[in-house]
Design a protein around this ligand. Sequence first.
Ligand code: PMP
Length: 455
Amino acid sequence: TLPQTRRPDLKTSLPGPRSQEIMARDAARLSTSYVRPYAFVPDFGNGVWLTDVDGNTMLDFFAGIAVSTAGYNHPHIVKAITEQAGKFMHVCLSDYPQEPTTLLAERLLKHVEKPGEPWRAFFGNSGAEAVEAAVKLARHHTGRSHIISTLGSFHGRTYGALTLTGSKTKYKRGFGPMLPAVTHVPYPNPFRPPFNSTPEHCGDAVLDHLRTLFQTVIPADEVAAFIIEPMQGEGGYIVPPMGFLKKLRHLCDQNGILLIFDEVQSGMGRTGKMFSFQQFEEYGGVQPDIITLAKGMASGMPISAMLAKESVMTWPKGSHGSTFGGNPVSAAAALATLDLLEGVVKHPGCGDSLMDNAAQVGAFMLAELKAMQGRYSFLGDVRGKGMFIGLEFVDAQGQPDGKLRDRLSQEMFNAGLLNLDCGESVIRVSPPLILTLEEAKTGLEIMRRVFERQL
Ligand code: PMP
């Protein structure tokens, strides 16, 4: 069994002298890095707690952007990394097989394969690389060029992935031209339904728009793939209406278009199931052709995966790859992360498995935050699943209030809660999946106190 996480007292004097010194040196030598108004220079982690170089300890509700599944230095992950590093750190998966990635492929694919429908895995280093691989595969397999993506989406910042990204223009300004043959359609956001539709029918409205595009500007038989986050991350932690993905699947099937689910942020147990699209199973279920994964896969070690149906993974051997992709030390960390997610190794205080914990503690947090909505009118929407929760802040007219969000985010930070914005006026709740009920209550209490002061 693993040691219990400690719960140190929260201190709030930030940034201290050592943090300031490191930040000043960074400012002099690094390219653009952190853009947050506040500063935190970590020294060491302990479960869901992070201590900075000046000795301030914070409770973590952001997990390094939904990455640190098992916290920052989980003993089971550290052991796996150390053991693999002691054997070999690299051979190059493009040239030689290595057991950690073999095992990882087998274990990951188990979560998506259906009887009679085998899948295969490709490993990279980052989310953007997984997305690039998915787009290349989709074009190669279909012989078509066009890709449809969604507004508000984030798929990465390398050229292909950046082209697909449908959020802030600052990501693209000055970097063009982008990849040709990419079109964005609105994401079905029930809180702000596109095309003046309703929360229930916003998915249908998006699909109608897509049908119109197919009849007017984009020949459907030139479309290789539709890429979508089954739950939109950077765009604001948005859950589409139930049944939308299934209807999208149907439209793709009718037109020979591949469906890519970008699970980089929402996958790996974060919503309480291995992949977020599996949350829609009770509504008939939906299966993509390609899945992209990264972030939470290895609790902080860099690795990504592009999973595809065997019938789709048809590019010739050696046509795509990279030097570092599928690093064995990262793969070992990913296997250890899967141990915890699946409950092969239990984490004390976290139920049967971390997936189970994300579902249970996440449901508790969602209910508590929804209850707060009644008291705080500026809390316009509370949504999500498991430990993938978005809080949207609004002004008196119900419009997104980014300034208020920024202020409250800063206040939460000052009170000892590491948190992160997304979308126009959203704070995401994406803690490490080892967050216990007691720790969740501590974080929610900090939020409640910040909201109360705002009344
Ligand atoms: N896809 C999604 C859904 C993401 O959220 C992100 C990162 N925020 C990416 C792709 C890109 O991942 P990376 O930063 O590792 O390239």
